[in-house]
Write a protein that binds this ligand. Structure first.
Ligand code: PEP
Ligand code: MN
Length: 354
């Protein structure tokens, strides 16, 4: 059984960076009284700019090892190269995570995977900083290929240039949901701290992750967050963590009575979806005929007036059916895009046959 599936939700808490021995002792003492399965602590901190706190390195690993004698709390740290893996294993950490800046680099991921080969420690793979699901799943596969069994994914949001975003890293939930679909056996946790970037948003993002059936949460926790040497704005005290966890609503799988009702509705939805897909297929057939006529008459494929009319009428029909205008126009943009591509393909094939 995958170690990270032993408890749901699996909660990982602890400081962004380990600053001194007293800090982690204070934290560990308090975390032990909470439903927390593992303590995190950054030993080597990847900082965007030089000159900031970069972690205490091997000293921090020594402090963590000493902590293990007094506290029954499994420990995880970030590793970003072979040397860090070797040190982390030497100091008996229980799990490591691969940071977002490492997941983007297949050479580094492969180096870390090979250094971890044969070890039974847990490995958690954060998403890359850019919204690229294949880079994320590629990294996960590199760990599977070297036989890592205790594997988990961590969703920590995606970097963007959008200064108006309320998140430090946009969640783009569709990506971790697709990852869950691809790897049903791999638990996926949500690192709400690095998504939010500030304390105020933490509870709502944590609830969203629970509603989307995430398997656990990673939450940065510090005895005195405002004085933290890194990520001060997003860290919370163990007391605040307690409140956050107590406020979460955990959704359960359907029980006997609602299961039947859900199944019935799903069957109707399946039938409706089949009809929608069939209709789209028929629509594309007509679009092809239209494309052939346009090609034969030397007409342009795209006609702005017709496109405007499509969007206006479909949006109006949507509103008449209590549907959101933005949703309908997005849907028809997709459909129209496909129509244009289909007709371009027809035009190209007819032209090349001439
Ligand atoms: C961290 O967890 O402390 C960290 C640096 O995260 P990320 O790799 O997600 O930026
Ligand atoms: Mn951090």
């Amino acid at each position: 059984m995958n170690y990270f599936s032993s408890q749901k939700p699996f909660i990982i808490a602890g400081p962004c960076g380990i600053e001194d021995q007293q800090q982690i002792q204070e934290i560990a003492e308090e975390l032990q009284t909470l439903p927390v399965q593992m303590m995190r602590g950054g030993v080597w901190k990847p900082r965007s700019k030089p000159g900031h706190f970069e972690g205490r390195g091997e000293d921090a690993l020594q402090w963590l090892l000493e902590l293990k004698k007094d506290f029954n709390l499994p420990i995880c740290v970030e590793v970003a190269n072979q040397e860090q893996v070797e040190l982390a294993l030497q100091y008996q950490v229980d799990a490591v995570w691969i940071g977002a800046r490492s997941t983007v680099n297949p050479f580094i991921v492969q180096e870390i995977a090979e250094a971890l080969k044969g070890s039974s420690v847990g490995v958690m793979v954060k998403n890359p900083i850019n919204p690229d699901i294949d880079l994320w799943s590629g990294a996960i596969e590199r760990f599977m290929n070297v036989g890592i069994e205790n594997l988990a994914a961590i969703h920590r949001g995606f970097s963007s240039y959008d200064a108006s975003s309320k998140y430090r890293n946009k969640p783009i939930w569709a990506i971790p949901i697709e990852l869950k679909r691809r790897y049903k056996e791999i638990p996926i946790f949500c690192d709400i701290s690095h998504i939010c970037g500030n304390r105020e948003l933490l509870a709502s993002v944590a609830q969203r992750a629970m509603d989307l059936d995430f398997d656990g949460l990673m939450i940065e926790t510090h005895p005195n967050p405002d004085a933290a040497l890194s990520d001060a704005k997003q860290q919370i005290t163990p007391a605040q963590l307690k409140i956050l966890l107590e406020g979460l609503i955990f959704r359960q799988a359907a029980d006997g009575s609602s299961a039947g009702e859900i199944e019935e509705i799903r069957q109707v939805l399946d039938t409706m979806d089949a009809e929608i897909v069939e209709l789209i297929g028929k629509r594309i057939e007509l679009v092809k005929q239209l494309g052939e006529i346009k090609a034969a008459n030397n007409m342009p494929i795209y006609q702005a007036e017709r496109w405007r009319e499509i969007i206006e009428s479909r949006t109006r029909w949507g509103i008449d059916n209590q549907l959101d205008a933005a949703f309908i126009s997005k849907l028809f943009e997709l459909i129209h895009d496909k129509s244009i591509q289909t007709q371009i393909a027809i035009l190209n094939s007819l032209t090349s046959n001439r």
